[in-house]
Design a protein around this ligand. Structure first.
Ligand SMILES: [Zn+2]
Length: 456
């Protein structure tokens, strides 16, 4: 009741110009109450209340007082995790270039992220140093999703065959220079899709990564005997560099006897990171199941989201996570592999956890029980008994997705003629006018947006 009362009284108080006269503002903008928190960095897997203020995690405890919060949402029975971090996505769309990941093969990120709990993606090398700033102004700066980027070692980025096979456009210096121009935004160097026998793409990516002090992510392209996978992960990559598409089976990830490539085991011992990168052509049950049985679990789970994966076996981040639950990993591990681990891999220590003072990116997830099916890149299905659904996503302290309206009042409890009734301090969807910092009050100026009513 306290939450509902506050919801109405605070905007009204502002409207009447009496804010601050009756009582001090609430300590917290948003309180997520009664959920099971999974926070790998802080080693929490228990029922906790999570409070948010000013876009940051303000408190986390077994019980926090709703009277201290402007808005309280009951999330009991649900899992509260850091906003998911997907470090392999393709989002440089809108250029009009056909058959190009710097164009039509990429997707507009906001359509694929908040609805599955993802608050941060790392674009996996769609742009190189020549077109990174176009990507930035076209997509990164205009999206609600937090977009970070691996910069491609190819100056033209992933514009297709002719560009991506051009060794003369793979230069470490300008790549590193661009990365250093945007620290914290360009978080790695990507090399991908190379079909030749040379090591040069990997070597130059590592050179650029060393200059800019960021990791390299490798899509190892064609399988070539001149540059075996074992040499890549035991000799060429540095500790902290990332091998993506680990369960593709395309480059000898399993040896002919069905065992995990001995080089990958050795590479992991050296500190090389192994990432899923499911995509449209990089995840097979016949590779992943034996690898997991042999203990070769992913360091990080990622989608490789693009137009060729979005509607096939991959679908979305939660569907990829479901696959690892179906293969027997614990929910705690799967969440760690989708939050703190990837954040740490790209050196974004402020993301992927719920420490006090951290950016308040939060996913509220439901584990559904039932009969489900999960599909790999070749169209083979594994049956599953549970799947993850995203109920609520919070980015920078504001609700940006709410499947079933759990942060919303029943319309029948509202005054006749109600308008937008959220508050800009917690609501990123329907804030009442005037309550979002920087906006002007204009009562009745816009029709009320229909609250999103979830349904499956
Ligand atoms: Zn990719």
């Amino acid at each position: 009741m306290a939450a509902i009362r506050n919801l109405f009284l605070v905007p009204l108080a502002f409207a009447l110009g009496v804010a601050g006269q009756s009582q001090p503002p609430p300590k917290y903008d948003l309180l997520l109450r009664g959920g099971h928190v999974i926070d790998a960095r802080n080693k929490i897997s228990a029922v906790r209340d999570v409070a948010i203020a000013g876009g940051k995690i303000a408190a986390i405890d077994a019980r926090l007082d709703p009277a201290d919060a402007l808005k309280t949402v009951d999330v009991s029975g649900l899992y509260v995790t850091p906003g998911l971090v997907d470090i392999h996505a393709h989002t440089y769309t809108g250029t009009g270039e056909r058959a190009s990941y710097a164009g039509d093969n990429s997707v507009s990120p906001d359509g694929f992220t908040f609805r599955v709990g993802v608050t941060t993606v790392a674009d996996a090398g769609c742009a190189g140093w020549r077109n990174f700033e176009d990507f930035k102004q076209r997509i990164i700066d205009r999206s609600k999703t937090r977009i970070l980027a691996f910069i491609n070692i190819v100056g033209n980025g992933m514009r297709g065959g002719a560009y991506e096979q051009d060794l003369s456009d793979m230069e470490a210096q300008p790549t590193a220079d661009m990365a250093r121009k945007y620290p914290g935004l360009i978080i790695g160097v990507k090399t991908a899709h190379y079909n030749g026998p040379e090591w040069a793409p990997v070597e130059r990516a590592v050179e650029a990564g060393t200059m800019a002090n960021i990791p390299v992510m490798v899509d190892f392209g064609a399988n070539k005997p001149e540059r075996p996978l074992a040499d890549l992960v035991t000799k060429k990559l540095r500790p902290g560099d990332i091998y993506t598409h680990m369960y593709s089976g395309l480059r000898g990830e399993l040896d002919p006897s069905g065992h995990v490539n001995a080089g990958m085991i050795e590479g992991r011992k050296r500190g090389v990171i192994f990432d899923v990168g499911h995509g449209g052509g990089s995840f097979l049950w016949r590779v992943a199941v034996p690898a997991i049985k042999q203990g070769f679990t992913p360091d990080s789970i990622s989608t490789d989201l693009h137009i060729g994966s979005m509607n096939t076996g991959m679908k979305d981040m939660l569907n990829v996570m479901d696959k690892f639950l179906a293969m027997g990993l614990s929910l705690d591990d799967v969440i760690a592999q989708s939050t703190w681990h990837p954040a740490r891999e790209i050196k974004q220590d402020g993301l992927g956890h719920l420490s006090i003072g951290a950016t308040a990116d939060v996913a509220v997830l439901r584990v559904e029980q039932g009969h489900f099916g999960l599909v790999d890149m070749n169209g083979a299905r594994m049956d599953a008994t549970q799947r993850l659904m995203c109920e609520l996503t919070v980015k920078d302290g504001k609700v940006v997705y709410d499947l079933n309206g759990i942060s919303r009042p029943d319309w029948q409890t509202l005054p006749a003629g109600y308008g937008p009734i959220g508050d800009g301090r917690w609501d990123g969807l329907n804030p009442a006018r005037g309550t979002t910092p920087g906006t002007q009050r204009g009562r009745g100026a816009a029709p009320a947006a229909a609250p999103t009513r979830g349904g499956r």
